[in-house]
Design a protein around this ligand. Structure first.
Ligand code: 4AD
Ligand code: MG
Length: 456
């Protein structure tokens, strides 16, 4: 297969082609689409950074080039050179007047690219995910995902946090034993795939103060919803001497940073994806005085009342039962009432995890927060202040029927210099689904793992 022999000056990418108007450049990519009208060909090229339309008048190129391109199969790989021009009607759109073409690999006519440019069902597309990733919308989503991951880590890296990555193989559960992937660990012991790095970042926080972890987490959830994956990426800060108020402030700052970064560099991608950018701008919109407006906060009790009112007005089918967790329709309703993410705090302790600190003002409530993304997206962040008293944590572990021996090290953190501390976890895929405006988390990660899919 040919390697390019073009000079490095002329080699560029579609994303940066605007700097080369009037020049002749070379792109390495694939044929995404091809239209022809007699003596004119309109190929669309893609190169991983975007797409660009080429223009090929028969009279302007060699017969060989014209015929090669005219008969080229979609998704064949190629190296194309041409002169860059701005679109006559929209100077933000660029076109390539093709001057040379080398086909790297031509897909034979007998075995066309499986994903044709028509409506394909989600099952077919997921079965061909390794190829579906190449289409402009999917590529755009992955580029936004990459920025979200970078911005998330950058926020902590530039605010005094140390990244401390926890193990993936763990001896105990963090978020409930019914959702654990279990494996044999050399015969005698069992190991589980981690559900959250939290317990370990609590330990590293006691060593370093402000820490975070960022890695894959696993939930053997038997739920087939639009929001659930069995493998997903979580970023989890943990901070000593931080209370629930401080934690909510941290979540607000962190999400605002991510949205700012995405808006800075992905306007074109968000357009391809079909996201209404004004919805993201509203998230970080300042108040009339130019001051930053914090995300709204609602206690569980207030959220419950809001749901009852909605039910009474016929806006919600089911009446929420006090004491229960919120279901998906409840979260959707609550988050739809705000243009910024809403922080719901102080849930009943009974529906939350064993490690959450009780509210001194009402010990039946936990000092916890769920951040619900706008536009009905629901929970993207879950966090809390942690129990810091040895005896209370011990009794919680026993009450939750968790194996004390596996949690001995975690209890040690309350035995030797315990301090108040808080942290949260954000699932990257939930965040990508919200920011890109996607119906389903399966499009937010290169290869989704769900209840009924582990291929490709
Ligand atoms: O609310 P969760 O279960 O909280 C924890 O795991 C805490 N230990 C985190 C912490 O305090 N350090 O999960 C946190 C976030 C959720 O808000 C959601 O964004 C995501 O992880 N998440 C999932 N994402 C996709 N698929 C699933 N099955 C998810 N379960 C949780
Ligand atoms: Mg949660």
């Amino acid at each position: 297969m040919p390697t390019t022999n073009t000079t490095p000056e002329t080699l560029t990418t579609i994303a940066s082609i605007g700097q080369h108007v009037g020049q002749t450049v070379t792109l390495r990519g694939w044929l995404y689409n091809l239209r022809s009208s007699g003596k004119l060909l309109f190929p669309t090229f893609r190169d991983g950074t975007g797409t660009i339309q080429g223009i090929v008048p028969k009279a302007a190129v060699s017969e060989e080039l014209f015929e090669t391109l005219k008969n080229l199969t979609l998704e064949s790989s190629l190296i194309v050179s041409g002169t860059v021009s701005a679109h006559p009607k929209d100077p933000a759109i660029f076109e390539l007047q093709v001057t040379a073409l080398t086909v790297t690999q031509r897909i034979p006519d007998a075995t066309p690219f499986p994903i044709q440019l028509k409506e394909n069902g989600p099952d077919f597309l997921m079965e061909h995910r390794h190829l579906w990733l190449r289409t402009p919308r999917q590529s755009a989503i992955l580029r936004v995902r990459a920025t979200i991951m970078r911005a998330a880590a950058e926020y902590f890296d530039t605010n005094g946090f140390f990244r401390t990555d926890p193990p993936i193989l763990t001896p105990n559960a963090c978020e409930g034993t019914s959702e654990l992937f279990e494996m044999d660990y050399f015969g005698d012991d069992k190991a589980f795939l981690t559900q959250s790095g939290q317990l370990y970042v609590e330990a590293t926080a006691m060593a370093l103060g402000k820490v975070y972890s960022f890695g894959p987490t696993f939930r053997a959830e038997k739920s087939k919803t639009r929001r659930h994956l069995t493998e997903f990426w979580m970023i989890e800060p943990e901070v000593t001497y931080l209370d629930l108020e401080g934690l909510m402030q941290l979540a607000d700052d962190f999400l605002s940073h991510i949205v700012t970064r995405v808006l800075e560099s992905h306007q074109a991608d968000l357009k391809v994806i079909g996201k209404d950018i004004t919805k993201l701008e509203a998230v970080i919109a300042p108040g009339p005085d130019g001051e930053r407006v914090p995300f709204p906060k609602l206690s569980y009790d207030e959220a419950h009342q809001m749901l009852l009112d909605a039910h009474a007005k016929g806006l919600l089918e089911n009446a929420h039962t006090y004491g229960d967790d919120f279901g998906s329709p409840d979260e959707t309703y609550i988050s739809n009432q705000f243009s910024k993410p809403v922080m719901v705090h102080r849930y009943p302790a009974a529906v939350k995890a064993f490690y959450m600190q009780p509210d001194p003002a009402d010990p039946t409530k936990a000092l916890c927060v769920d951040v619900l993304a706008p536009e009905g997206y629901g929970e993207i962040i879950g966090g809390s202040q942690r129990v810091d008293d040895y005896d209370l944590l011990h009794s919680r572990i026993v009450a939750h029927n968790l194996p004390l021996d596996a949690f001995q090290w975690y209890l040690d953190l309350r035995k030797y210099g315990s301090v108040p501390h808080s942290g949260f976890g954000m699932g990257i895929e939930r965040c990508v689904a919200w920011i890109c405006g996607l119906d389903h988390v399966r499009e937010t990660i290169p290869f989704a793992r769900t209840l009924n899919r582990i291929y490709p």
